[in-house]
Design a protein around this ligand. Structure first.
Ligand code: FES
Length: 114
């Protein structure tokens, strides 16, 4: 059992480089991770329209534009830098950001409260 506020080191796929500018994919199934303009952005991979992951179970999240994640279910577009839904059925809502830091090249995420 994992408790609220726990710090969890997240394994990142071996081919992923944390500085990779490509946001056309996610690297941990429960997270959306992208680096933009020098900042690392980490969100829970849960759409605000219906609580489904943005991908279709294959771990791939398309980026039709440089600054937006796309939910593959009904087309919601989320801005990378703040997680805000720009268009789609949950427009105006936001992805849940996760507190995080890099420790020795490893991504450590603090689990949110409920
Ligand atoms: S579940 Fe994401 S837009 Fe509907």
């Amino acid at each position: 059992m994992v408790t609220e506020g726990a710090r969890v080191a997240v394994p990142v796929a071996p081919h992923f480089e944390i500085d990779d500018p490509d946001i056309g994919r996610i690297e941990a199934r429960g997270l959306l991770i992208a680096r933009r303009f020098g900042a690392l952005h980490v969100y829970a991979n849960v759409c605000r329209h219906i609580p489904l992951s943005l991908d279709l179970g294959d771990g791939e999240v398309a980026a039709l534009e440089p600054d937006a994640f796309l939910c593959h279910h009904h087309g919601a577009r989320y801005r990378v830098r703040d997680g805000r839904c720009l268009s789609g059925p949950c427009e105006g809502e936001s992805l849940v950001p996760l507190e995080h830091e890099l420790e020795g090249g490893e991504l450590v995420v603090v689990l949110p409260g409920t």
